[in-house]
Design a protein around this ligand. Sequence first.
Ligand code: ADP
Ligand code: MG
Length: 341
Amino acid sequence: MKLKDIGEFGFIDRIEPLCKVHSANIVRGIGDDCAVISVSPELNLLITTDLLVERVHFLLDWQGPDTLGAKALAVNLSDIAACGGTPKEAFVSIAVPDHLEINWLENFYKGMADLADKFKVSILGGDTTRSLTDLVINVAVTGLSRSGETLLRRSAQPRDVIAVTGSLGDSAAGLELLRNSLEVPETVATPLIKAHLSPSPHLLQGQMLAKSGACNAAIDISDGLSSDLNHICKQSGLGATIFEEKLPISKALRQLARRLSVDPIDWIINGGEDYVLLAAIKPDKYEELAQKALIEGYQLTEIGRFESTVGINLVRVSGEILPVMPSGWDHFRRKATSETI
Ligand code: ADP
Ligand code: MG
């Protein structure tokens, strides 16, 4: 049996029992967006790490070093956002192939440092080594969150509103445009490609959800809506219903789908790397929170409800009800949109 036979999540399920927790102050170990460690009665320390590998996650000729550096940090900040925290420190490790110029690496760090400065994250260390083939980037980020406010995946409740903090599917469509040279106007292609190459971590949205007292659980959509909603459902022992007519779709994605005569639903449901947050909101608090979000300049869109019966269903505009399988991005199974990278 190989990793590709059980997938990333099958593998994590198998190793989790081997990774024993030895201290009483661990609130959450494997299984959430961040590990959560209680450091005082009021405060939790958050830690997250993500690995980006050339030809698995990115191609060097798709983007400059500055946006790649920013993205390597952004995907970690997104996990801090999913827990409602404030990012604090970062550690950056790279395995560098011989052909990369120092100038390229400096620009990689400049891109990362610009994003770090924006969110007042201190880059405190890392490791550097040679790679025989591809560029490998690992970033780890710490953050802080108030004990009563840390958002986890496992505490969604039946009837909670499922809400997202941004539009879905843009990144997957942008990836499709990068992989295939399609005849598409720049006004359509640019925002979609930007969504894929330069995601913005929804830190302020995460903090607003955490402080609201209205949010029971959250996750960031990195693997795709179907996969990440399934993570929350599995951990909370729930199911969910989502409504196609409510799914937030950007103008550019609508235009692309129309031009290519394709149904964008697969990008929306299974495309990964949106890096928006998916939250479980108490039903009686949702309207007030959505209004507050609007006033503060954030988008919060209800897309469905959590259910006490397991399984995820999609109600299509036609009224047809389809079961949704978690088929977002799984690097070992290569099931999602990014088959060739
Ligand atoms: P995310 O998409 O939010 O970054 P992942 O799906 O990558 O989360 O990981 C899910 C959980 O599994 C996290 O708690 C992560 O720390 C843990 N995890 C992933 N890979 C490993 C590994 N090789 N060893 C131990 N824990 C892992
Ligand atoms: Mg995550």
